[in-house]
Design a protein around this ligand. Structure first.
Ligand SMILES: Nc1nc2c(c(=O)[nH]1)N[C@H]1C(S)=C(S)[C@@H](COP(=O)(O)O)O[C@H]1N2
Ligand SMILES: [Mo]
Length: 426
């Protein structure tokens, strides 16, 4: 005798009972259950919220509304609503927010994988949709799981593989974040009450209700629930101690064994801090940076001036102690920069009032050879066209003859090998 489901018209029924992963008793782990899933869910609720907020902050830190180059998502429309001018204080702000974003993202990987494992039988329930609401719920789950995998994958590829998608990572990770977080928020609204009830009930010692997550015919346990949490937590801890060092330099940086440092290891001396792209990689020829060849071209309201290195050294020089903090999550401690204030250069071409600037490098190809800074960044007395670092001339790899350094700005805006500054409303 075949048995038929009660709610289904006969015509659409499978002729045989569900087999393989679609059969409820295919899933045997005694660990699966509402409590296991709820604990992981609550950890992700907190963690993903922090990831989303620090991600939005990183987006704002890029000055995304400044044309022509920083605005990489011109079609963002209403998704740009939260934008605010990224401040220049405290100077370590991006170091903190982006360090947290990347390190936490890595640390949550085992939790995310365990959570997906804990609910995987649900992906195989038949029929695929019982009703319109059920169909909508399953579509939102698809967006949730797909969005999570997409965001974690693009994020990890970006920090591990040295920009596999230069330029395109930014819009992908940006729009992916909105899809993921939209589905995440809907999921939380639907599931948080159940998850919290599950946790409370377990604390009070109640048995678990029968639940679709609980295996109907469980195998004997090979690991306790506590052991499984230990495995997940241990994995997270391992990722933490092998990646948090990227936010420091010196011996702590050496502990970040799992994470590439964004470029070759610098040697000793004043330039001994993280190098993102070397001069050779960026195609900077030594002949174009000599005293004879290099000129800084500064344009503004009153026209254009060309300055050689000697003329720049003749302007008032100022110092500032500032870190480099990359979107990849690594950062350096404060370096001692010395150079000409950006606001003095603006004044030189007729801008006494705070004004935006468009920065161009000698570099001809590749990402990050342009950058746009906002008027308040230009106005800050610590914002420099740096000529020296740690008491010596900039090294070629750190941007000789001149580079931008701005407090709290992401490393990507600290343009190296600067050739041209154009002041004016952007
Ligand atoms: N011209 C140019 N400037 C650049 C880059 C680049 O590739 N080209 N990389 C930027 C990025 S992404 C970072 S994080 C910092 C790294 O600076 P550092 O190599 O001196 O540590 O330089 C920035 N300036
Ligand atoms: Mo960077």
């Amino acid at each position: 005798m075949r048995t038929y489901g009660r709610h289904m018209p006969r015509s659409s029924l499978p002729a045989r009972p569900a087999r393989g992963p679609f059969a409820p008793d295919f899933w045997r782990s005694p660990l699966r259950g509402p409590w296991f899933t709820s604990v992981l869910g609550v950890v992700l609720l907190a963690g993903v919220t922090v990831l989303f907020v620090t991600g939005l902050l990183s987006y704002a830190a890029y000055n995304p509304d400044l044309s022509p180059v920083n605005d990489k998502t011109p079609g963002k429309g209403i998704l740009g609503f939260y934008l605010f001018p990224w401040p220049t204080d405290p100077p370590w702000l991006y170091r903190l927010t982006q360090g947290v974003h990347v390190t936490l993202g890595l640390v949550l990987v085992p939790v995310l994988l365990a959570k997906l494992w804990s609910v995987v039988p649900k992906l195989f329930t038949l029929p695929p949709a019982r009703s319109l609401t059920h169909a909508l719920e399953r579509i939102s789950l698809l967006l949730l799981v797909g969005g999570a995998l997409f965001e974690f994958t693009t994020g990890i590829l970006n920090i591990q593989l040295d920009y596999v998608f230069p330029g395109s990572f930014y819009p992908l990770h940006f729009y992916g974040a909105w899809v993921f977080f939209g589905a995440f928020a809907a999921h939380v609204v639907l599931k948080a009450p159940v998850a919290l009830r599950n946790l409370r009930r377990m604390r009070e010692g109640d048995a678990e209700d029968a639940d679709e997550l609980v295996a109907p015919r469980p195998d004997p346990p090979t690991v306790s629930r506590r052991g499984a949490f230990g495995l997940v937590g241990g994995g997270s801890l391992l990722l933490l101690v092998t990646s948090a060092g990227r936010s420091f330099d010196g011996p702590l940086r050496e502990t970040a064994v799992l994470t590439p440092h964004g470029g070759p290891e610098p040697g000793g001396g004043p330039g001994a801090f993280q190098i993102n792209k070397t001069a050779a990689y960026a195609g900077i020829r030594p002949a174009e940076t000599t005293q004879e060849a290099w000129r800084l071209v500064v344009t503004g309201r009153s026209g254009t001036v060309r300055l050689d290195r000697a003329e720049l050294l003749g302007m008032p020089l100022h110092g500032a102690s500032l870190p480099i903090a990359c979107v990849e999550g690594w950062s350096t401690s404060d370096q001692w920069w010395r150079g000409v204030r950006l606001r003095d250069l603006a004044a030189l071409v007729g801008h006494e009032e705070p004004v935006d600037v468009f920065v161009e490098s000698l570099q001809r190809r590749g990402a990050f050879r342009h950058g746009a800074l906002r008027a308040d960044q230009v106005a800050d007395p610590r914002s420099l066209l740096a000529l020296f670092v740690n008491g010596a001339e900039l090294t070629a790899d750190h941007g000789y003859p001149a580079r931008i350094i701005v407090p709290a700005a992401p490393g990507v805006l600290a343009t190296k090998w600067v050739a041209r500054l154009t002041f004016g409303e952007l």
